[in-house]
Design a protein around this ligand. Structure first.
Ligand code: ATP
Ligand code: MG
Length: 427
């Protein structure tokens, strides 16, 4: 069987970029072979090429030792020497070239105790996680497929190389990878994989938060995030993460459609909302997943807007609904409000009317933040002839509320007069 014809005999239509990645990867492999080594394209690129999916990169496995690879490619970068990986450049693209290796030990359920360079591609393929990821393409175009990856691609199954029980005990992250590939490719999990997940899910707690979070990020941003999360919840993996997260139960998950939200980042706050989290919960989730502060702030803002605004879904005609929305925009910021509008399409509990009104109210706001006001703190202290103090911020905030709601014009004289009145009220 040759690479390039899709499963079930369908013709694949690769993008130009994918064709170029494959061709350049083959050039790297050929140069290694011309020097007397063996070399193959391996793993994800072989799988994706057989499926006709776009390639992001191509990895190369070789019998050459890292120093031999370095000698053949003078501008090579020793990216992971310990694991036998060297990055080489071909026509401006970087390729990871890794010496055939086996892994043994895994006494911590995360990392192999030893990696050993081996002489045969077959041994290298045997250490890989799933049959569909354990194929190699030679420079002659032949596919090496010792574990039936081709058959599993055709029937759409994620199956471990070897016994699932053992493979998940070695590296618990593979359970998340199984879910990710199933959701991304629209595949089923082999019964052996499902059973082994149920049996070993608790081991996920041994996996570093960052590694798990990277997998979760990829499946949440991926092609079928709803199925990914349904599998995570149904299998118990979601509840076995090292970091407890406010993820919904299966019933809660039915109240959202993650895939309906185009911007993948906003699927996260959607998930927290369906898990019943408030702003504090979103913040804790961000911390637990060790993601960046900026991302966490964004999650928090969108969840915060939702929790405020949902309190008026029952009565959208009253003035209170608009006040509540505007208050949320002022508190959480315009971009948080815009984020909420973008993600609300995935929240089945949001009435159409709530979305339409919120979008209009946001558009119609003459000011969104204190910086937009026609007066600043200095104007207020001079005009009221009072020394600076916390009253300035409070007063600016009141002026913002009045102008944002359209009850006062955003004009200097009018705002100073309003400041007189309001500070009189405050005493
Ligand atoms: P993707 O499209 O997600 O990048 P991929 O198959 O290239 O898919 P990578 O994480 O880039 O996935 O890993 C490259 C290859 O290394 C895999 O195809 C698989 O053969 C092997 N591999 C990666 N992680 C593991 C693991 N935890 N256990 C065993 N093999 C793994
Ligand atoms: Mg990859």
């Amino acid at each position: 069987m040759r690479a390039g014809s899709g499963p079930k005999g369908s013709r694949v239509s690769m993008t130009d970029e994918s064709v170029a990645i494959w061709a350049d990867g083959m050039r790297v492999a050929r140069r290694l072979e011309e020097a007397g080594h063996r070399a193959y394209l391996v793993g994800g690129c072989v799988r994706d090429r057989l499926l006709g999916r776009p390639l992001k990169d191509a990895d190369i496995a070789t019998s050459a030792l890292p120093r031999q690879v370095m000698k053949l490619f003078p501008d090579a970068i020793p990216t992971g020497l310990k694991y036998g990986t060297v990055s080489v450049r071909m026509n401006g693209r970087l390729f990871e070239v890794t010496t055939f290796r086996s892994e043994t030990g895994y006494s911590d359920g995360r990392h192999p105790d030893r990696v050993a360079f081996v002489g045969e591609i077959r041994e290298d393929l045997a250490r890989r996680d799933f049959t569909i990821n354990a194929m190699a393409a030679g420079t002659d175009g032949e596919i090496l497929d010792p574990f039936g990856g081709r058959r599993d691609l055709e029937s759409g199954v994620v199956r471990c190389v070897g016994r699932a029980e053992e493979r998940f005990a070695e590296d618990a992250l593979r359970m998340l990878r199984a879910v990710r590939f199933a959701a991304e490719l629209g595949f089923r999990l082999a019964p052996s994989v499902w059973k082994a997940i149920l049996r070993h899910r608790e081991r996920l707690r041994m996996v570093a938060v960052e590694r798990a979070a990277a997998e979760l990020d990829r499946m949440t941003a991926g092609r079928d995030p709803d199925r990914a999360w349904a599998l995570l919840i149904r299998s118990g993996l979601a509840a076995s993460l090292k970091a407890p997260l406010p993820v919904p139960d299966l019933a809660g998950l039915r109240t959202v459609r993650l895939a309906a939200v185009a911007e993948a980042e906003l699927r996260w706050p959607l998930l927290w909302i369906s898990g019943g989290a408030d702003e504090g919960g979103a913040e804790e989730a961000a911390r637990a997943l060790r993601i960046s502060r900026a991302r966490g702030e964004r999650w928090k803002g969108a969840v915060g807007v939702h929790r405020r605004f949902e309190t008026v879904f029952g009565n959208l005609d009253g003035a209170e609904a608009r006040e509540t929305w505007i208050g949320a925009v002022i508190d959480r910021g315009r971009s948080a409000a815009e984020d909420w509008l973008s993600l609300s399409g995935g929240l089945l509990a949001v009435p159409r009317e709530a979305f339409d009104k919120a979008a209009r109210w946001l558009r119609e706001m003459p000011v969104y933040e204190i910086r937009d006001l026609a007066v600043d703190g200095g104007d207020l202290t001079r005009h009221l002839q009072r020394p600076r103090g916390p009253w300035v911020g409070r007063l600016l905030r009141r002026l913002l509320e009045e102008t944002a709601a359209g009850r006062a014009p955003n004009e200097r004289e009018a705002l100073l007069a309003l400041a007189d009145r309001l500070s009189g009220e405050e005493g």
